[in-house]
Design a protein around this ligand. Structure first.
Ligand code: SAH
Ligand code: SF4
Ligand code: F3S
Length: 443
């Protein structure tokens, strides 16, 4: 019987992508995936360090994994416990101290060394093997070929960040910006399409600062890459996340006018509507520049709608600053958004700023902001009732005979549909809507 692995993923889409590539690597190594943790011979947590809560969750999950490991030991079954992802990069010593039973810990840039580590573990039982290098070799050169899991696939084109927003751990956990060469990305995209992908979501911490080399060694921008990917035969839909507002250039804006594969939905995080706070956050854009980019994008494609990320309660944020955020939301009318209370992250400049905002105030502001965001989201969803959309069905619904898919605007839509329509793009008429989803009928 083949050995089994269980993997739990925290954090952003880049981690989802990494977990998928790790899973392929483990399958090639003779493991089979299971969704039942207690039957796994290898338990892996792919972790996120972005906010305190996310990072702390890992330690409670590890504690539980250790209990299961002990229970399995009574039945003479070995369990390897591993940690990958951003917590490893930031807290490798704490992992070794607080969870000494962890067999290995690999950073986001070293997980391609997993097969070596597994071989090593069988030789050195009882030690925690840690590898948090920022290696000179690119991990992508060492990973087995990616393949589609369904109709939608992520494809990492860029990793790391040089922006150093004062609240953010990513430049420390994912390191400096690295762009994969154009050809390598196209090769991966072709494989994804060949194995069933209709939609590709190009990923990067700061995807639109992409500057990879083409065949001739010439540096190319993100718009060039988008055009190249859009030319691939068989690809129906194209998305990209996450972009940095200051790096949205005219070439990219033109893509939203020219490329029919590019979906009319863009995640463009603004964080705050106050120039004072944006400056303290070290964002390279102010409110006016952000709004100008949004306007240009929406002129290029009038169907385009926006989503964003917000942080409330950043150090020094006053009621007036917060009002500015609300007024920006009213101006842009986002159709979806993520919003968070500022979380103090050790080692970042904002963590030691003296004007921290009280927890109670943060909570109030988050409630107010989320109510406003939900209003716009609901309003947009309601406005879709009666309209027809192309929906890519991605999974089975909760009820039999039902499928769940996504509209071009990333809304979840469920409809009565035959299983044969899974991983296909189907025309659907929207019949009802709530804040979080749509319900439709295949036409
Ligand atoms: N690279 C992306 C964001 C990556 S992190 C960008 O620049 O937009 C995803 C989101 O988490 C951020 O947009 C921000 O809103 C939030 N975030 C990051 N650090 C945070 C912190 N210390 N506290 C609260 N939210 C944070
Ligand atoms: Fe973090 Fe800012 Fe980089 Fe985004 S741009 S990953 S928020 S430092
Ligand atoms: Fe989290 Fe790392 Fe992504 S900190 S948000 S998993 S880049």
């Amino acid at each position: 019987m083949s050995k089994k692995f269980f993997i739990k993923t925290f954090g952003c889409q880049m981690n989802v992508y990494d977990s998928h590539r790790i899973a392929i690597m483990l399958e090639n190594f003779g493991f089979e995936e299971t969704s039942v943790q207690s039957e796994a011979d290898l338990v892996l947590f792919n972790t996120c360090h972005i906010r305190e809560k996310a990072a702390e969750k890992v330690f409670s999950d590890l504690g539980r994994a250790y209990l299961i490991k002990q229970e399995r030991a009574v039945l003479n079954k070995d369990t390897i416990i591993g940690v990958t992802g951003c917590v490893v990069q930031a807290e490798d010593e704490q992992i070794a101290k607080r969870a000494p039973y962890v067999d290995f810990a690999l950073g986001p840039l070293t997980y391609h060394r997993l097969p070596e580590i597994l071989t090593e573990i069988s030789r050195q039982k009882g030690q925690t093997l840690i590898d948090t290098d920022f290696p000179a070799e690119a991990k992508f050169d060492f990973l087995p070929q990616n393949r589609a899991e369904g109709g939608c696939s992520f494809l990492a084109v860029q990793e790391g960040c040089n922006n150093f927003c004062t609240y953010c751990v990513v430049p420390y956990t994912r390191g400096a910006e690295y762009s994969r060469p154009v050809e390598e990305i196209l090769e991966e995209a072709r494989h994804l399409i060949k194995t069933g992908t209709l939609e590709i979501n190009l990923l990067g911490q700061n995807v639109n600062s992409y500057h990879g080399e083409d065949k001739s060694g010439k540096e190319r921008n993100f718009a060039y890459l988008l055009n190249k990917v859009a030319e691939l035969e068989g690809l129906k839909r194209l998305r990209y996340t996450t972009s940095y507002p200051a790096d949205v250039d005219d070439d990219l804006i033109e893509c939203h006018h020219n490329l029919k594969q590019l979906m009319p939905y863009l995640h463009l995080p603004v964080q705050s509507g106050s120039n004072k706070i944006l400056k303290a956050m070290n964002r390279r854009h102010n409110r006016e520049q952000y709004l100008e980019k949004v306007e240009k994008l929406m002129t290029a494609n009038p169907d385009l709608r926006m989503s964003s990320d917000f942080i409330v309660g950043f150090p020094g944020e006053t009621d007036e600053d917060f009002e500015q955020t609300l007024s920006l939301v009213n101006q842009v009318q986002y159709i979806q958004a993520f919003s968070f209370k500022y979380s103090r992250r050790a080692g970042t400049p904002a963590a030691v700023m003296i004007n921290q905002v009280e927890e109670k105030v943060k909570k109030q502001r988050l409630d107010t902001l989320q109510n406003l965001l939900f209003d716009y989201q609901t309003k947009f969803n309601m406005s879709c009732v009666g309209k027809e959309f192309d929906v890519l069905f991605e999974q089975n619904g909760r009820h039999k005979g039902q499928l769940i898919g996504r509209t071009p605007y990333m809304q979840n839509l469920h409809a009565k549909a035959d299983k044969s329509l899974l991983n296909k793009i189907v025309r659907v008429r929207v019949e009802s809507a709530t804040t979080n989803s749509l319900c439709g009928k295949v036409v």
